[in-house]
Write a protein that binds this ligand. Structure first.
Ligand SMILES: [Zn+2]
Length: 187
């Protein structure tokens, strides 16, 4: 995919890949990724060529990427920035994110940020790794979090002004509020 919106895409896709492809708990219930291809089609919607190229044999690599990204985000959520940076550097070494100009079918030249012939999972590993690495470089490492609601381990990136986000979603925030209310008003 081209460089436009590339960094934000890397961040969003990283979070989506972790939240949609890793098993665990989501908003109070067990989460298992039932259809990886369908989930990936939604995750990669911003880049139609990726959706077109997506095939069954790509799934296991995307799942491995999801596990790596979860580990990195969990490290960041605990403040272990050095370990997370090391893991991201390894991911970037295996999946280089190098700017390359390429002339496309419409005859226009576009700037890409990965080898043009990279396989889909490798290309997205590079985009995701760079998306996370940029936030660390922008001193936003501690903005990554794992939902602190009961029975939820989905991840988020805190863009709030005060940086005090604790939950993956409004759904979890409301679950916690309701549980606190019930406890307070229990007979
Ligand atoms: Zn949650």
């Amino acid at each position: 995919m081209s460089l436009d919106g590339y960094v934000l895409t890397g961040l969003r896709v990283s979070l989506d890949i972790v939240n949609r492809l890793t098993t665990g708990m989501s908003r109070g219930v067990t989460y298992e990724c039932e259809n990886a291809i369908e989930n990936l089609q939604v995750i990669l919607l911003d880049d139609p060529p990726s959706v077109q190229q997506l095939q069954d044999h790509h799934i296991s690599e995307f799942q491995r990427l999801a596990v790596s990204l979860r580990e990195i985000i969990e490290l960041l959520s605990k403040g272990a920035v050095e370990l997370a940076a090391k893991a991201l550097n390894e991911l970037l070494a295996h999946n280089p994110a190098t700017p390359v100009l390429s002339q496309e079918q419409d005859g226009l030249w576009r700037l890409h940020h990965h080898p043009i012939n990279a396989e889909l999972p490798s290309m997205w590993s590079a985009i995701c790794a760079e998306g996370l690495a940029r936030e660390i470089g922008n001193q936003k490492a501690l903005r990554f979090g794992v939902c602190s609601a009961h029975q939820c381990d989905r991840v988020y990136f805190d863009t709030s002004r005060n940086g005090k986000r604790q939950y993956c979603s409004m759904a979890c925030q409301n679950r916690v509020k309701a549980a606190t209310f019930r406890k307070r008003h229990a007979p």
